[in-house]
Design a protein around this ligand. Structure first.
Ligand SMILES: Cc1cc2nc3c(=O)[nH]c(=O)nc-3n(C[C@H](O)[C@H](O)[C@H](O)COP(=O)(O)OP(=O)(O)OC[C@H]3O[C@@H](n4cnc5c(N)ncnc54)[C@H](O)[C@@H]3O)c2cc1C
Length: 398
């Protein structure tokens, strides 16, 4: 006989304990809206997964003003610009001067650690090692999902609202019927080869380099750990790349008459990151709402993924707060349209930055020169620089 699930009742059932799910849970608990977060992985696994690193100022404010933690201010590294490098020359953009804004380098692992600690400190109900494998009745006023814990026990969360915050391979997203959904996707013909290295900073600001050998990003993690990427084939095998070969490839892409040289060190993480854009429309169905990577994937040029997730958390939190305090579902009804506006702006910004900075495989010389013309246009115009600075540091939250 099938095992009868143990019933857990709450107001908001959240699937996924990444940054989006935990931040929403934190904000809801602050205003007394009961919620349960169910996360497939254990704390250690998520803490040790290297992903995003660039936070818009508004994401930083969400962490500090909502009382998650101020560690982002003490351990994060505020950056007031980037360097666009092409034709072997540096073109610094000063975000503070251009649009009075900055970004902060603070690894997603640290954001996760802070959020998980805040949920634990505040008595939040976050269940790690528990995988959701069934979602029921989202078209009714009593949606539910079921999950199994590490001991194999079955639970059913009965809620007023279900939130899919379960990342790019979202189980929640797959439960939406074909008749209501539309998917937009593009797969790009290149990827990023990413490394983490124990080395000093090569430069004070992030360098986005267009070179005849392809794109490179030189970014920083701390005084002693650096993150760097270079454009590669999506099928590239990291095992074919020795440290010497990686450093020579990266150096080639930032070489120039100014003699700029990367500071090297032991490499302790190598990964190939495929480029795929994806958007699900709408971001809600019945009483189920999608936030963060569950609803979209934006490849990392432009660093929008985690920032979009936080922007959506804010919009959905306000809609849920209004719903539970007034009974009106007007804001919930507008969630998807409002969130999607920012998603498409982010997709466009990613696409624009990528096409301007990357050299396509077997690039037509005309296209490669056109991209250089575009970089020249942007860097030699204050309006162009401001457009990039405004998009990079983040449009105002809705
Ligand atoms: C290499 C890399 C670099 C990046 N750089 C940047 C950057 O600089 N700036 C930026 O803003 N973004 C960046 N991103 C994107 C960013 O990491 C994501 O957008 C961000 O993780 C989205 O958060 P999320 O909470 O929506 O999803 P996730 O972090 O993926 O969290 C989803 C969670 O749901 C859980 N889950 C999945 N299925 C289930 C299930 N069935 N039951 C229970 N739990 C489940 C998963 O285990 C996971 O913990 C980068 C991504 C990568 C891969």
């Amino acid at each position: 006989m099938a095992q009868a699930p143990r019933i857990l009742k709450t107001k908001v059932g959240i699937i996924g304990g990444g940054p989006a799910g935990l931040m929403l849970s934190h904000l809801l608990s602050k205003v007394g809206i009961e919620n349960i977060v169910v996360e497939k992985n254990d704390h250690e696994t998520i803490r040790n997964t290297h992903r995003a690193g660039i936070l818009e100022a508004q994401a930083v404010t969400m962490l500090t003003e909502s009382g998650v933690d101020g560690r982002v201010l003490t351990h994060g590294d505020e950056h007031a610009g980037i360097d666009l490098r092409f034709n072997g020359e540096s073109h610094p953009l000063d975000f503070r001067e251009l649009v009075d804004a900055t970004v902060t380098l603070y690894a997603q692992n640290e954001v996760f650690v802070d959020l998980a600690a805040a949920r634990s400190r505040d008595g939040g109900d976050v269940r790690f090692n528990c995988e959701v494998n069934e979602i029921l009745d989202v078209e009714t006023s009593t949606p539910k999902f079921r999950f199994t814990n590490a001991e194999g026990e079955l639970f059913e969360v009965q809620a007023d609202v279900i939130v899919g915050a379960d990342g790019s391979r979202s189980f929640a997203r797959r439960q939406m019927p074909d008749a209501v959904k539309q998917d937009f996707k593009v797969t790009y013909p290149f990827a990023w080869f990413g490394i983490l290295t124990e080395a000093p900073k090569s430069a004070p600001e992030l360098i986005y380099a267009n070179s005849p050998h392809g794109f490179a990003l030189i970014s920083q993690r701390s005084e002693t750990v650096q993150r760097m990427y270079f454009q590669c084939d999506p099928n590239e095998n990291v095992d074919n790349w020795s440290e010497d070969r990686i450093w020579s490839e990266l150096q080639k892409r930032v070489d120039g008459p100014d003699g700029f040289e990367l500071k090297t060190g032991p490499i302790f993480d190598k990964t190939v990151l495929g480029f795929r854009s994806f958007v699900r429309q709408p971001l809600s169905h019945g009483r189920m709402f999608l936030i963060g990577d569950a609803g979209h994937t934006v490849p990392p040029t432009g660093a929008k993924g985690l920032n979009l997730a936080f922007a959506e958390v804010k919009v959905l939190f306000e809609a849920l707060d209004s719903y539970f305090s007034t009974g009106s579902d007007k804001l919930l009804g507008g969630y998807s349209d409002l969130a999607l506006k920012r998603v498409w702006k982010a997709q466009n910004f990613f696409y624009w930055m990528t096409s301007m900075l990357h050299t396509p495989v077997n690039a037509d010389p005309f296209m490669a020169q056109r991209a250089l013309g575009e970089l020249d246009t942007v860097t030699s115009s204050r309006y162009g620089q401001q457009y990039l600075a405004e998009s990079y540091t983040g449009w105002p939250h809705a």
